[in-house]
Design a protein around this ligand. Structure first.
Ligand SMILES: Cc1cc2nc3c(=O)[nH]c(=O)nc-3n(C[C@H](O)[C@H](O)[C@H](O)COP(=O)(O)OP(=O)(O)OC[C@H]3O[C@@H](n4cnc5c(N)ncnc54)[C@H](O)[C@@H]3O)c2cc1C
Length: 369
């Protein structure tokens, strides 16, 4: 039983089903719709997707890129960072992709492998009896399962039901994403340093890109939907150069759907074991980095793949889970801590110190998981 049909849940489900497990996912949202901004699949994400034969579908559905262009506060180029090409020299180092498109690819493969995805459902109680986990679901039914995987995101309720405690840290930043038509010059990631905030542009298809902006030194808050697009345009106003061209493209409605989202930068890292008996948490539920390294989904994808691999390698679920955690803990901790450090440097306007850290962390992540 997997809780959550996000990136971690769908990949774990596919990898486990291929290894012979019968897998059911309880997903709390009533439908498959995911909010409409994009994300970057970094080299490690593509490498893990490739092991499952899913990289080509993502490459075809997204936009392949080879580097990041940094632009300084005056709008002048401040360096190019080539991205490690983990799929081979002729392949892109990163792919920008719309979230709903990525989810369609992952859902289709999970279901093709026989995974049952139930929407509008969650786990409300967990009780362990030796090797078995008894779960009660929100529709009143119950299951006895050999493995419970909490892949239900940073605010995971599975984590609480398993008695695993962590803190969610807010870093004084709100991040914005808006879908816009892709300008012709946007063939890679552009990162724009600002006097107070930072911004950027990521292509996700030949037609579309998303603008991101990190708002520094603000309290967590929720703005009315109607205020999002005008406020984002206002925050982009101080940026010179190419941002002046992007700003009028932020309309709040791309393809008829609301396209501006604003989220707090929150992180967590679960110290100690990620499991209680045969119940384990993966993805953001165990380790959620700040979005500055664009790598949370990469870790979630790796988790799903490596969880299935370690369970297959070991006789018992217990020893498989232990091997999984010892393989994952340091890598995930490093990424979370580095992303927090980068967020701090951004807040302090120390962009020149942040760029080498981003570069070094991408190299580290390029090492085998
Ligand atoms: C603004 C922003 C930009 C980002 N950009 C990038 C990027 O470019 N590249 C990158 O690699 N990462 C990025 N990330 C991080 C990435 O989105 C996450 O790390 C990744 O989505 C984690 O996947 P997950 O499956 O663990 O969790 P989630 O994606 O949060 O999925 C959890 C799933 O569980 C479901 N769920 C929640 N609670 C329950 C419950 N109680 N019962 C059942 N189901 C439940 C949810 O509906 C959801 O479907 C970004 C994050 C943010 C906030």
């Amino acid at each position: 039983m997997i809780v959550g049909a996000g990136v971690a849940g769908l990949i774990a489900a596919t990898a486990l089903a291929r290894a012979g497990w019968r897998v059911e996912i309880a997903e709390v949202s009533p439908s498959r719709a995911t909010s409409g901004w994009g994300l970057c699949l970094t080299g490690p994400a593509l490498r893990a997707l490739n092991e499952l034969g899913l990289a080509d579908a993502c490459l075809a559905a997204g936009y392949g890129m080879t580097g990041i262009t940094h632009v300084d506060v005056r709008g002048e180029p401040a360096g190019e960072v080539p991205l490690p090409r983990l799929l081979g020299a002729g392949q892109p180092g990163m792919v920008g992709i719309a979230r709903p498109v990525l989810h369609r690819v992952l859902h289709a493969e999970a279901e093709r492998c026989g995974v049952v995805v139930r929407h509008g459902l969650t786990v409300v109680a967990v009780d362990q009896d030796g090797e078995l986990v008894r779960v009660r679901l929100s529709d009143g039914t119950a299951r006895q399962v050999a493995l419970l995987v909490g892949a239900d995101g940073i605010r995971s309720s599975t984590r609480s039901l398993l008695g695993l405690k962590t803190s969610l840290d807010y870093h004084g930043q709100m991040v914005w994403r808006a879908l816009v038509p892709r300008p012709r010059w946007a063939t890679g990631i552009h990162h724009f340093a600002g006097m107070t905030d930072t911004a950027g542009l990521v292509p996700i298809s030949t037609r579309q890109a998303y603008v991101f902006l990190t708002e520094n030194g603000v309290e967590q808050s929720v703005l009315p939907e109607a205020d999002l697009a005008p406020r984002l345009r206002q925050l982009l106003e101080p940026f010179p150069g190419r941002v002046e061209e992007i700003r009028p493209l932020v309309s709040g409605a791309e393809s008829g759907a609301p396209s501006v989202v604003r989220r707090p930068v929150r992180t967590t890292f679960l110290e100690g074991a990620w499991n209680r008996g045969n119940g384990v948490v993966i993805g953001d539920a165990a380790h959620a980095p700040a979005p500055q390294m664009a790598s949370g989904a990469a870790l979630a994808i790796e988790d799903g793949l490596l969880l299935a691999q370690e369970l297959e390698r070991h006789e018992s679920a217990g020893s498989g889970l232990e091997a999984f955690m010892s393989r994952r803990a340091q890598r995930c901790r490093t990424l979370v801590e580095t992303s927090v450090a980068i967020a701090g440097l951004e807040r302090a306007q120390r962009h020149h110190d942040a760029h080498p850290l981003v570069d070094a962390c991408h190299r580290l992540m390029a090492e085998p998981a």
